[in-house]
Design a protein around this ligand. Structure first.
Ligand code: GLP
Length: 242
């Protein structure tokens, strides 16, 4: 693993954005694996800025997002589709028809999961997968458990995840209790993984993920088994690393 620590948010964001921009320069048809959460926001803002300056084009790229809440229509302000539109897709030249996000509002969620895996099989894997980490070590919405699923599936969110994500909703009760998420197998198929983490509240999860035992109780620890992972951390997130 290549672990990089940043003092300034600006450098953190520019480094993440440059990894994506250089991939697109060498491979304009790149498949991007994208994530939501507060950690990648600066990276997306930087990419939008680079696009406006003519430094990067997404015109021939495609993207797969990790996850989506169950029960929120795509146009709900807290859906991950809305998040991606707001922070990235609406400001760049990517073809909206090639920005894939699982639907959390499908009548048959199991069929939706299988269809998403089929799309990934046909068009993936991601050349570069952006990831965040939950304070409990989740990646995508793969929560700590005795075993983990390989493919896209519906997951019951843990109480700590509902609480962590309540900040985006009016009330804790409004946070959807389930999500559709790509599985660990799908995530680990990416050719390169870029883990972005900001904030001291993630320091323990980062330490467990990068330097603890590989265990399904910390899903991000499985990244240790991937041959090409770059980790970008701010000082808070890196606090407990040896
Ligand atoms: C949500 C997403 C995760 C993301 C996590 C961390 O739970 N489903 O994919 O990694 O948030 O988000 P943040 O970057 O805001 O800490």
């Amino acid at each position: 693993m290549n672990i990089l620590k940043f003092q300034h948010e600006e450098d953190f964001a520019a480094t993440g954005a440059n990894l994506i921009a250089s991939l697109l320069q060498s491979n304009p048809r790149a498949v991007l694996g994208l994530a939501t959460g507060s950690s990648p926001i600066g990276v997306y803002a930087k990419l939008v800025e680079m696009h406006r300056k003519g430094m990067v084009s997404f015109a021939r790229a495609s993207s797969f997002n990790l996850d989506e809440y169950v029960g929120l229509p795509a146009d709900h302000p807290q859906s991950y589709r809305s998040f991606m539109n707001e922070h990235l897709f609406s400001h760049i030249d990517i073809d909206p028809a090639r920005t894939y996000i699982p639907s959390g509002n499908a009548a048959d969620l199991d069929a939706e999961c299988r269809a998403y895996d089929k799309l990934l099989e046909e068009q993936g894997p991601a050349d570069l997968q952006i990831l965040g980490i939950g304070s409990n070590g989740h990646i995508g919405f793969n929560e700590p458990d005795a075993s983990l699923s390989s493919g896209t599936h519906v997951v019951d969110l843990l109480e700590e995840t509902l609480e962590a994500n309540a900040r985006f909703f009016d009330r804790l009760e409004d946070v959807p209790r389930q999500a559709v998420t790509m599985g660990i197998g799908g995530i680990l198929k990416a050719k390169q993984i870029v883990l972005l983490v900001r904030g001291e509240e993630k320091a323990e999860a980062v330490k467990q993920a990068l330097q603890g035992p590989i265990t399904t109780q910390c899903p991000a620890s499985l990244l240790q088994s991937h041959p090409n992972v770059v980790v970008l951390l701010d000082e808070g997130a890196a606090k407990w690393l040896k």
